[in-house]
Design a protein around this ligand. Structure first.
Ligand SMILES: Cc1ncc(COP(=O)(O)O)c(C=O)c1O
Length: 499
């Protein structure tokens, strides 16, 4: 069972394979060097100008083109680490200096990346979702980075796994396009064409021109061009999408199984899961290989496991359970294990449930005013409840982060009901559509889920100091201000809907 290279477990769609076979009959001819038709189809798909699309031999081909076109000796290349193994090689080949920036909680740390940028930085390489940890870059983190880089630096959003992303608050370079932002994508993963070697970049026309100057002649061969162009067809997408959905569902099943059996894993947003094993990485991978399951160990860091078909994933889970005992995998696991892992997972499920309940209330017809809150006087109409729902998630997520990261333990945090920003947000948002507020909460809860999945045992032990409620541990903060809080307001809306 080969789960080592983040490939699709399905062979190419028959229509794609047939188009490539047909193209092979003309393989005595050189292909179109620039793959013009493919660029036009990609431009169409993304609503950009064909002059803003470059193609190359895989996303990795385009990464090397970026290095060749934009790096000189002495330049700096900044990237999170661990990340895609090609990044330091791109820097080294150009005589540039690689500047790896450690991940924070298994995720690219936008503030640290921004701080690592100097006037010599020419490329910032951001894999999102990140290979090998599978975690995705949140919007605020990308905004941090874009605000920090000088005009002379390109920011590359390497979105090789973008099609598998389900998180509501995940950044995409396509939404933040600017003169120095490059989005990299590929046909290797979701489209199942890793062996064909086609990737593409969406970037400003002058960046595309620079990339084209260093494109190896005929780098994207005729069969690959035809295969990728065919893959962009509407009918093909209708067949590929269920495969992506199946991978995402299996990813959730595998992560949930690992967590409920006592092994926390970070929030997986790509077609693989990450086992943060620390020193046990290589022995664990060997022990799984001895049981017929090939995974990818990163020495002393962790093991990356591609999501395959259900039977392959079951084979992995069985191999892992046996191998983990054999090599004492729990000794250096970087995230909570055992009961603490199960407990963290229970919180994730409670967040899902609270979100689903509020989502179901979007179609309700609430009328009247809420009961005064216990010990308080506030009575709200539904619009005010939704306005509050739209703002409290982001606020308390930020405060929770403050408690986790604060220098003091307990860290002072939070606000009370009389906070003027809180009151103003509830007033100004009361006539906005509920769906918009719900979407805002969904993004906050998405960030919260990722944060909880990536919190260490030390993080869980932090304490905050609230001016009215006193010292509160993380669980109490979650209950009082985030998850339980959402449920309380769902109760209020339910009451209003029943008159
Ligand atoms: C983050 C990232 N970028 C790029 C690639 C390379 O993709 P391609 O097959 O298009 O070269 C990979 C492949 O593993 C990857 O993980």
């Amino acid at each position: 069972v080969k789960l080592a290279s983040n490939e699709s477990p399905w062979p190419p769609l028959p229509s794609i394979a047939a188009a490539m076979t047909a193209a092979a009959r003309d393989a005595n001819r050189y292909p179109d060097h620039l793959a013009t038709e493919l660029r036009v189809r990609l431009a169409d798909r993304f609503g950009v100008d064909p002059a803003e699309v470059a193609v190359g031999a895989g996303a990795v081909g385009l990464l090397f083109q970026l290095g060749t076109a934009f790096l000189d000796p002495g330049d700096e290349v900044v990237f999170g680490w661990p990340s895609f193994e090609a990044y330091p090689i791109v820097a080294r080949l150009a005589g540039a200096t690689a500047v790896p920036v450690p991940l924070r909680r298994q995720t690219i740390d936008g503030a640290a990346i921004a701080a690592a940028v100097t006037e010599r930085t020419r490329l910032v390489l951001l894999a999102s979702p990140n290979n090998p940890t599978g975690t995705a870059l949140r919007r605020v983190e990308l905004e941090h980075i874009l605000a920090a880089v000088p005009d002379t630096c390109l920011v590359v959003a390497d979105e090789a796994y973008r099609e598998f992303v389900t998180g509501a608050d995940v950044a995409t370079g396509l939404a933040d396009r600017g003169p120095n932002l490059v989005v990299l994508r590929t046909f290797s993963k979701a489209y199942g064409l890793a062996g064909a070697r086609v990737g593409y970049a969406i970037a400003a026309p002058d960046v595309v021109r620079a990339l084209d100057k260093v494109l190896v002649p005929f780098a994207v061969n005729a069969m690959a061009q035809v295969g990728a162009t065919t893959a962009l067809g509407v009918d093909e997408w209708d067949l590929l999408e269920p495969r992506i959905e199946a991978t995402v569902a299996e990813r959730a099943r595998v992560a949930s199984r690992l967590r409920t059996t006592g092994w926390s894993v970070p929030d997986p947003q790509a077609n693989f899961v990450w086992l943060p094993t620390g020193a046990a990485a290589v022995p664990l991978a060997h022990a799984m290989e001895a049981r017929g399951v090939v995974t990818r160990p990163f020495e002393d860091v962790g093991v990356r496991v591609t999501i395959g078909q259900p039977a392959e994933n079951d084979a992995f889970l069985a191999a892992f359970e046996a191998a983990a005992k054999e090599v004492d995998a729990e000794l250096a696991w970087a995230l909570p294990i055992g009961d603490q892992a199960r407990h963290a997972h229970a919180w994730l499920q409670q967040i899902d449930a609270a979100e689903a309940r509020l989502g179901a209330l979007l179609d309700a017809q609430p009328t009247g005013l809420t009961e005064p809150d216990p010990g308080g006087t506030e009575q709200w109409e539904a619009g005010q409840v939704w306005a509050h729902i739209g703002e409290f998630g982001h606020y308390w997520l930020r405060e929770l982060r403050l408690v986790l990261d604060g220098p003091a333990d307990p860290t002072p945090f939070g606000r009370t009901k009389t906070n003027p920003h809180r009151i103003a947000a509830i007033e100004s948002g009361r006539h906005t559509e509920a769906a918009q507020h719900f979407d805002s909460l969904r993004r906050a809860f998405d960030g919260l889920r990722a944060l909880l999945a990536e919190m260490t045992a030390e993080d869980w032990a932090r304490v905050g100091r609230h001016e009215k409620l006193g010292d509160m541990n993380v669980e109490r903060i979650l209950q009082e201000f985030l998850v339980g809080h959402a449920v309380e307001h769902a109760d209020q809306l339910t009451a209003l809907a029943h008159g």
